[in-house]
Structures are given as C-alpha cells and as structure tokens.
Design a protein. Structure first.
Length: 288
C-alpha cells in the first residue's frame, strides 16, 4: 500500500497518532504499529484531509473488512491511479515482477515473429494490470496489434472498461470462462494470467486466520477462491490454450503455490517450464 502524496497541513499537534487515540480503544487497539492496518489507517487519515468524522467512518469500514481502495474509489498500481470498486480485484504490487517478465517476453516475441503482437489477459478483472502492461510496452516501443481482456465476471469487465478508457487503451473486453469465448481466428501471440489459488472449501485454507483473510473476503470471491483445487484455473488455462491456440505462448503467475502443486502441473504438461518471477515467486511458461 502506498500513501498519497497529499499532506495534511492543519495543526501539527493533530498527528495521526493523536487522532487515533482520540478515536477510542475500540478502534485504536486494532491499528498496531508496523501492521497493514496501520498503513491503511494512515492512508485513510491523509485522504480524509483533516476531517476526523470522515476518517472515523472510513476506519470503521476498514476494520469491518472493507478495503481502502474500495473506500476511496481508487487504487495505485505501478505508479498510476486506477478506478477501484467492489466489482473487481485490487491489483497487488507483488505482481510487478510478473509485469517486468511479460515486457521482456513481448520484446523477445516481436523479434521472433517480426510483427505486431496480439496479447490476451485471462482474468483481466479491473484492468489495472493490462493497462500497466500496455503502458510499459508503449514506452519500450513494442508494437501491439490487439489487446484482449477476458473475464468470467461481467461486472469486473465494466470496471476494466473504465480504466482502459482512462488509460486510452483500445482493448476488446470479452466475458468468457477462461478462453472459451475467444474466436480461434483471433489467436493471441501471448496469453497471460494471474489466477486465483485460494480454496475456501478445503480444510486449512491458507488465508484463514491471517490478515489476508479479510482482504480476500472483501474482494469478488471468484477472483480469489477457486473450486477444484489451488491449480484448477492454471490447468484450465493450459488445457484450453493447448487445444484452441497451440501456437500461443502462455505465462501464468504462480504467486504462492506450494512446490508440490507446481510439480504436479509440470508433470501433466511436458512442454511447460517454471521460471523465477521475482525474489520468491515463479511463473509457468509455455513458449510457442
């Protein structure tokens, strides 16, 4: 979470700490120093612009499980503000290494195929990641013929439409279960995804009892939890891409998948590789 650059310029004695104490122990005791709750509360205080009543309302919503991005109506991703509301997932900074990787892969593909690319995101959500990728590709002078954004959730696509319009990105947004609705004559050069991996129906779900639990339960559930196991969506992307778009490259961010699940997927797809993506994460890669 990054704090807004706007500063609070009122009485210097009215610090965040003093305001928080004045809110009473029922609220203040939930905002421990050095936690995500403190970072979020500071962000809300700055954005409240000195309006204590507004800050208290927002803090109560946050402590009840609402997210700062939804409360404020915007999120910051890759240094740019995007519209945010409950219809779409909030893009996380831990995926920035995946963004770097995709730009490098696009550069390689342009050289290999000697033409402009068609790039498709499966699970585009609110579109912030796709907009960020398009901005970086433009900065690198990479020619892209078509941008495609697919999502099973039509409500999330409405948020993506807002963000793509703000970013002046020309994109086809398609309501689709994985790649099912994408025409075979529109084969992408690159298919990428950052799939959900939680499974709230399984005992011992790794979100339970952590600060991530409230975060994930505040988001559209289909963007966080998947029926059928942690790698079910990963496998469906690979299976559909192999069957319908065999010449497409596929890149899937693995996030926090356990090694046992990664090994199992690799065993099912002999042409698949797993490669580093950031200091502690990996990505599946199938090159065409």
């Amino acid at each position: 979470m990054q704090i807004s650059a706007r500063n609070y310029n009122s009485d210097p004695m009215e610090t965040f700490e003093r305001i928080l104490v004045a809110c009473g122990p029922d609220l203040a005791n939930h905002v421990r120093p050095g936690t995500a709750a403190e970072t979020a509360a500071r962000m809300l205080w700055i954005e409240a612009g000195g309006n204590v009543d507004q800050f208290v309302r927002w803090l109560k919503r946050y402590l009840a499980g609402d997210q700062p991005e939804y409360i404020l109506g915007w999120q910051l991703f890759d240094g740019v503000r995007y519209h945010a509301d409950r219809r779409a997932y909030i893009a996380q900074d831990d995926s920035l290494a995946f963004l770097d990787r995709l730009v490098a892969e696009a550069q390689r593909l342009v050289v290999l195929r000697r033409r402009a690319l068609r790039i498709c995101e499966v699970g585009v959500g609110g579109g912030a990641f796709l907009c960020a990728l398009s901005r970086r590709c433009a900065a690198a002078a990479l020619p892209v013929l078509d941008w495609l954004g697919l999502d099973i959730d039509g409500a999330a696509l409405n948020v993506a439409a807002i963000n793509c319009e703000m970013a002046q990105l020309r994109v086809r947004l398609i309501e689709s279960d994985i790649l099912a609705e994408l025409e075979t004559d529109a084969a992408p050069d690159m298919i990428f995804a950052y799939p959900p991996w939680g499974n709230r129906f399984a005992p011992g779900d790794r979100f339970t009892g952590t600060e991530w639990e409230l975060f994930h339960r505040a988001l559209p559930q289909i963007s966080c939890y998947v029926v059928g196991g942690e790698t079910r969506v990963h496998e469906e992307i690979l299976e559909q891409a192999h069957r319908r778009f065999p010449g497409s490259e596929v890149h899937i961010f693995n996030d926090y998948l356990p090694q046992s699940e990664i090994d199992r997927v690799l065993a099912l797809h002999p042409n698949l590789m797993v490669e580093p993506c950031g200091p502690s994460m990996t990505a599946f890669a199938k090159r065409g």
